[in-house]
Design a protein around this ligand. Structure first.
Ligand code: CTP
Ligand code: MG
Length: 260
């Protein structure tokens, strides 16, 4: 095992270029306030506090002056103390945004953590576990949490039974083997580059089925390792998630509740 002193030179790619349709705030999700500050600022503070990266490459909605100013102000706040902050225009899809940011990663970078700005409250411990797995030799590593609900497969109900209910259960998936996947996802830089280069040749339906970076590595046939994530690392997707995140910051349990 390597300790922190021998960790690879690491960049974080922070994807923040989404429009936040499901949150429905009428502004990019990264700009939506959480506990009085934009979601993007929480995400940035979390990365800096974790201390794992020498560079943060942030993919932003093209021409969003407000979010760019936010990062300029954060740069001033950090003074000379923090990582290099690089801004790029995101793309039409999350994968496009990752590719834009990957192209802006500094020469000499050995490892990259790809993180969703929408996971604004990811604890430092998760960054550390992912970084440590990379330092230990993993080429790809993801944080995961157990699935708490029973999961079943369903199909459209056929024949006369369609009058009873629209769906019928076709099976129950063993929960023991299932995990819900979070970010930051960590990669050796060459592995992530190869994975995204391969993805450039995908047909439309394959490209649409790709929902995270680790899946691209799986498609290369390379192993993806998993470490423990954290439930407060939820992806703020819907209004309910924002209520949960507000509760984590300010509610009765608030800052006292920390899941390692
Ligand atoms: N993302 C991005 N570029 C895109 C799409 C998404 O950088 N073209 C980022 C989002 O900003 C977010 C992360 O990828 O931090 C996860 O995406 P998601 O939660 O789906 O965010 P949005 O795409 O903004 O939300 P929605 O799908 O509801 O519009
Ligand atoms: Mg989206």
């Amino acid at each position: 095992m390597n300790d922190a002193a021998t960790r690879p030179v690491t960049a974080v790619i922070l994807v923040a270029a989404g429009s936040g349709q499901r949150l429905g705030y009428g502004m990019p999700k990264a700009a939506v306030p959480l506990g009085g500050e934009p979601i993007l600022l929480h995400a940035l503070r979390g990365i800096v506090a974790a201390g794992v990266a020498s560079q943060v490459c942030i993919a932003l909605p093209a021409a969003d002056a407000g979010l760019r100013q936010l990062i300029e102000d954060f740069r001033v706040e950090l003074a000379d103390g923090g990582p290099l902050l690089t801004m790029v225009d995101g793309g039409a899809t999350r994968a496009d945004s990752v590719r834009s940011a990957l192209a802006a990663v500094e020469e000499g970078t050995e490892a990259v953590l790809v993180h969703d700005a929408a996971r604004a409250l990811t604890p430092e411990s998760v960054f550390h576990r992912v970084a440590q797995a990379l330092a230990n030799g993993a080429s790809a590593v993801i944080p995961v949490i157990p699935v708490v609900d029973t999961v079943k497969t369903v199909a459209a109900t056929g024949g006369n039974d369609a009058d009873i209910a629209p769906l019928v259960v076709t099976g129950t998936v063993s929960r023991q083997e299932l995990r819900a996947v979070q970010t930051p996802q960590g990669f050796k830089v060459d592995t992530l580059k190869a994975a995204h280069e391969a993805a450039a040749g995908f047909d439309e339906s394959t490209a649409a089925a790709v929902t995270d970076d680790a899946m691209l590595v799986e498609l290369l046939g390379e192993p993806v390792h998993a470490v423990r994530g954290a439930s407060q690392s939820l992806k703020i997707t819907t209004p309910l998630d924002l209520i949960l995140a507000e509760g984590l910051l300010e509610g009765p349990l608030g800052a006292r509740w920390v899941e390692g």
